[in-house]
Write a protein that binds this ligand. Structure first.
Ligand SMILES: Nc1ncnc2c1ncn2[C@@H]1O[C@H](COP(=O)(O)OP(=O)(O)OP(=O)(O)O)[C@@H](O)[C@H]1O
Ligand SMILES: [Mg+2]
Length: 420
């Protein structure tokens, strides 16, 4: 429809929070998150009857994810989506196709419904497997007993049957769950962090303006806000003054050689030891070594069994432990970073978008481990469930560089926003 095409496109772009002044920009000039939104607008343009979405939430902030959920819920075509975001799946799906046991089973309902139904299917498959194994062992017993005897034709036919049963390999679940457990070598003092009138700008771009906050041991703070709001910049400012994060490490992961703090103060409390998962953590894992060697450098005293144990928990089994660091996938690199944190046992965790390369099982494992962790947590994520279930305090980066500091859960925060 040539008459309304331009205004339709503008409505879509606005809905996806692409401001007017960007509408005529080249794609190459857009930020990652904005680019994803434009691609989404392109897919939505012209009212297609079906949408195929491969990880659509990956580079979106929470507001945009909520927008997309609302959009898909009123969209009347067919949607086929791949996603690791449990909350997103639960809010948009009417069916889940689970790829496991070397087949695809479609369940009616949302993700959580699927988990319940699958547990039942799994016990069915497992009892079938058990019956088959029993049958095989009975046949083998017969063969062993009569192999040398006169019943050679019967033995022969049973041998064939065993072969047949064994060829149709027992269907196994290929979903593996990592086991993430964060411990503290020793707890920190009660007053873990004071931030006073912190300011940081890049040239004219004043990203952090006069931010003051006081953090107590055991608080779990979610940093929320749109792409480019300044979340990573704030974390860098905090870490640059930390007693345990070498500046060289920070330079590597941030790729920035200017000052991390322009004005104000960051004071870490007594015995604070900080574990850091950088948004761009890949640069920390140099090529040319192996997973286990890389891990070893973070605790020279650790013995091989301990390193292998931790790697195993994060699904680097046996020979995987000696995998070359130059071939690690995004997900593997993220899991290796978690190994580092599990080995270091810090009493503060600073995690900048740790879920980006994780699958749903791993995100659930991370969720549980953070809920159980006794230390203090600073967490940047766009995963709704993770914020909802982990955070005890919210730092919301709003427009005009204001950071709202809310002492309560995300649910309380949303409720407070509605009543204001
Ligand atoms: N090295 C740099 N030089 C100049 N400007 C920068 C630099 N790093 C970040 N910025 C700018 O500072 C602002 C905040 O960036 P920051 O990376 O802190 O945002 P963020 O909230 O972490 O975003 P995202 O959700 O995309 O990770 C952005 O406008 C960004 O363009
Ligand atoms: Mg960031």
């Amino acid at each position: 429809d040539g008459y309304t095409a331009e205004s339709d496109a503008a409505i879509l772009l606005q809905g996806l929070d692409i401001p007017d002044e960007l509408h005529s920009r080249k794609m190459g000039e857009l930020q990652g998150g904005q680019k994803v939104r434009v691609l989404l607008a392109q897919a939505l343009f012209g009212h297609p009857q079906a949408l195929l979405l491969d990880e659509p939430t990956n580079h979106l902030d929470l507001d945009s994810i909520h927008w997309l959920q609302g959009f898909l819920n009123v969209y009347d075509g067919v949607v086929i989506a791949i996603s690791h975001d449990r909350h997103f799946l639960n809010s948009i799906c009417t069916h889940i196709a689970d790829i496991d046991y070397q087949t695809i089973i479609t369940y009616t309902g949302s993700y959580d419904d699927m988990v319940v139904a699958k547990t039942q299917v799994r016990s069915q498959i497992e009892s079938q497997n058990a019956q088959r194994e029993k049958k095989i062992s009975q046949l083998n017993e017969f063969i062993a007993r009569f192999a040398a005897g006169t019943r050679s034709s019967q033995v022969q036919s049973r041998r064939k049957e065993v072969e047949r049963l064994q060829v149709t390999e027992l269907a196994k679940s290929n979903i593996q769950r990592p086991f993430i457990k964060f411990e503290q070598k020793r707890p920190s003092g009660k007053h873990i962090l004071e931030v006073e009138h912190l300011g940081k700008a890049y040239g004219d771009n004043q990203v952090i303006r006069n931010f003051t906050a006081s953090v107590t041991r055991g608080e779990r703070i979610a940093l929320m806000g749109r792409n480019g709001a300044g979340k990573t910049t704030l974390l860098n400012a905090l870490l640059a003054n930390s007693p345990t994060t070498p500046n060289a490490e920070l330079r590597k992961t941030s790729g920035y050689d200017g000052p991390f703090v322009d004005s104000g103060k960051v004071i870490w409390g007594h015995e604070a030891s900080i574990g850091y998962f950088a948004q761009d953590h890949r640069s920390l894992i140099e090529a040319g070594t192996t997973a286990i060697e890389w891990l070893h450098q973070w605790d020279e005293a650790a013995v091989t069994e301990e390193l292998r144990g931790i790697l195993g928990q994060m699904l680097f089994q046996r020979e995987e432990a000696t995998k070359s660091t130059s071939v690690l996938s995004g997900g593997e690199a993220a899991r290796l970073l978690f190994c580092k944190l599990m080995l270091q046992k810090p009493n503060v965790l600073v995690l900048d978008e740790p879920t980006n390369h994780l699958d749903l099982e791993s995100i659930n494992a991370l969720n549980i481990s953070l809920q159980r962790y006794q230390g203090t947590v600073f967490l940047v994520t766009h995963d709704h469930d993770l914020i909802d279930e982990v955070a005890t305090r919210i730092w919301h980066f709003e427009s005009d560089h204001k950071i709202t500091d809310f002492k309560g859960t995300y649910e309380d925060y949303q409720a407070a926003l509605v009543t204001v």
